[in-house]
Structures are given as C-alpha cells and as structure tokens.
Design a binder for this molecule. Sequence first.
Ligand code: CTP
Length: 398
Amino acid sequence: MLTDKKIILGVCGGIAAYKAIELLRLLTKAGADVHVIMTRAAQEFVAPLTFQTLSSNPVHTDLFNLIAEREIGHISLADKADLFIVVPATANVIGKIAAGIADDMLTTTVMATKAPVLFAPAMNVNMFTNPIYQENEQKLRRFGYLFVAPISGTLACGWEGEGKLASPEAIFEGAHAALTKKDLLGRTILITAGPTREEIDPVRYISNHSSGKMGYALARIACRRGAKVLLISGPTALAEPEGIQVVKTTSASEMHREVMARVAECDAVIKAAAVADYRPLVRSAIKIKKKSESVTIELVKNPDILAELGGAPHCPFLVGFAAETDALTKNAEKKLREKNLDMIVANDVSQVDAGFNVDTNRALLLFRDGSSSDCGLMSKDQLAGAILDHVAARLMVQ
Ligand code: CTP
C-alpha cells in the first residue's frame, strides 16, 4: 500500500501521456496522495482538468504562477515528495535534466527534490537508441536516478522497436520498489505458487482450488525488497509479476524437478504451492470413454518436495505452508517438525476470508524455536510482507 505517501507525477509531452492517467488511478487507489506537474507540451495531449479531477489536487503547470509561488511552490512540492515519477519521460526532458537545465516547473522540481526520481521513458526507437539519449540516461543512472525501461512494440509513429512506454502496472511496481527498503538485496529466494495438475487423460485432471495469489504476492514483495526471485508456478490465471521470470509447471513431478534444479543457488525457499499429494498411476494417452457405472482410478503418492528439501544435508532457510480445515495449530506444528522446517505459515482454508482464491488471509506463523506470531486478517500482500520480515530477519543472523 502507498497510504501516506506523497508522490509527484510529472507528465511530459508525448503521445503516451494518456497512460499517465491510468498510472494516476493505480497510485490513488493504493492510497497515495498524488500531485501532478505537467509540462506545456503535455497539456497539448491531455487536459490538466483530467489529472486534477482524478488526483483531487491542483495540477501544477506554471513555474511563475503568482499564487502557487507565494510559498515557492516548486520547492515546497519537491520537499514534501516521497517519490517523483516522470511519465512519459521524453528525450527532451531527460536531456535537460541530465544537462542540469531547469527551465520549467517539472525540471525545476526534479532538480530541487531529495526524493527518489523514477523515469518511464517513451519515444521513437531511433531517438531511444541515439547515443546522445543513451549517454544522458546512463549519466542519470550513475547519479542514482531510477528507470522503468520502455518495451518493444509498434510505436505511435509507425516504427517497430524499443521506445514504447512500459505498462502502467510495471511503472506502479517500479514506484513500489523505489519506496521499499532493500533488506533482501543479494538474496535469492525460490517461491512456489499455485496448484498442481495431475492428468488422468488428455482432457481430465485432479487438482485443487489454489489460485496462486499468495505465492505471487510473496514473489512481488520479495522482488520489491531487492531479492532475486525464482518463481516456480503451477497453472494459474494470474499475470506474470513484473520483473520476475516465472518457471511454469503443471504436475507435482515437474514442480519437483524445477525446484531441485535450482535449490543450490537459494538462500530461502518458500513453498506456498498447494501440491497434489497423489497422481493417477496411469495416465491414459487417449480420452477415457464412458462405459461402466463406476470407475476406480488408482492413485500413487507424489514426491513431497518440502520434506525432501528439509531432509537434505544443506538446505536453505525453509518456509512451508499448512492448508488446514481443522486442528490448525496441531497439524501445522506436526508439519513443521516432520518436514524439518524453519517456519510454517498455517492457514485455515475453510474460512471465507482466508486461503484459496481470495485476496485476504489470516495466518499463524510458527517457528522452529517454538515461538509463534498470529497475523490476523490481512491482505495477501500484507501477509507476504509479514512473512518476508521474518525471513529477512532470520537470514540476517545466519
Ligand atoms: N508440499 C510439497 N510437496 C507435496 C505436498 C506438500 O512440497 N507433495 C508442501 C506444500 O507446498 C506446503 C507443505 O508441504 O508448503 C504442506 O502442504 P499441505 O498440503 O498443507 O500438507 P501435506 O504435507 O500435503 O499433508 P496433508 O495433505 O495430509 O495435510
């Protein structure tokens, strides 16, 4: 959440200026207090009234506005900002800032702020690859300015290539990352998420209700906190988290193989996936036809990935999940002990506001040393933060 964060959104004159409106919506929905500055060129693309209405704050357009400058507006805006985002950042504005030119409200405020500044560039591919632009960007990066790189695609000018503004979601994620303490920097964390699917034949499978939301929240938050995240996902309907490479798997055996191939490089493993305990002994190569009144499918046990990790001589910091419908603490303690875990996240999946397919969770965290922490009802993002607080603290003392 961005509650209590003051964000300055600097909008420059580019065709992608309308996408800054979408970003503004994401920021205000997350609780941020957004103040918009528009360059003169930006106002040719979008009317200031749109930003003013959606931000509930006056839009700043003029460095020489006598009312705003009663209190030296550009300095007071620069001082109160937690973050400055420039979207779309044009080659012109980036060039001016890199050269130390402050000749309008936006460039003057960027120059005056001590807050982190995040640029989301958008321009024609030939402008983007021009060595003058590239040198300006590198110079700003060296000084600690942050960038959300543009993507490749069809540009407004008809050219194909790099220079298309990153998605509002990617810039939103960059804003979160810019405001987050990097207490997992240098750490590699493997996270599993979602259900597994055990095929009976080409059209049918056994699975469970896991949506993957908890594991994906953990991946997103760990990445914001500076970790290198390896996300091994079962089949989900979720979009891939920004900046994270997702290894897609289907069955428990595939997930097992992908986890084992990467565990040696990890500082911690968080197993949020709801792995199917059993798979059909035989997978029919062709669709099973309806014949008799009843059928019996013989199931065999899948590898228990977590238990195997816990039993290995050199295992990373190990976090398991316990999805329970009864005797929550007792069952979770048993799993913590038997799978040799450092920590377990116990949640009662029979509740309507916790567990599978919802955006909230209520969890009890149990630790190897016998201590525990009751997290109560919170969003999955908040719970991911609470879990990672413990992981970061315990990795620090290892
Ligand atoms: N797990 C795993 N491999 C399996 C089964 C579970 O790695 N084959 C992991 C899950 O990712 C989770 C933890 O073990 O972190 C506990 O999973 P859960 O389904 O709650 O318990 P199980 O061990 O499967 O036991 P049961 O189904 O009897 O409750």
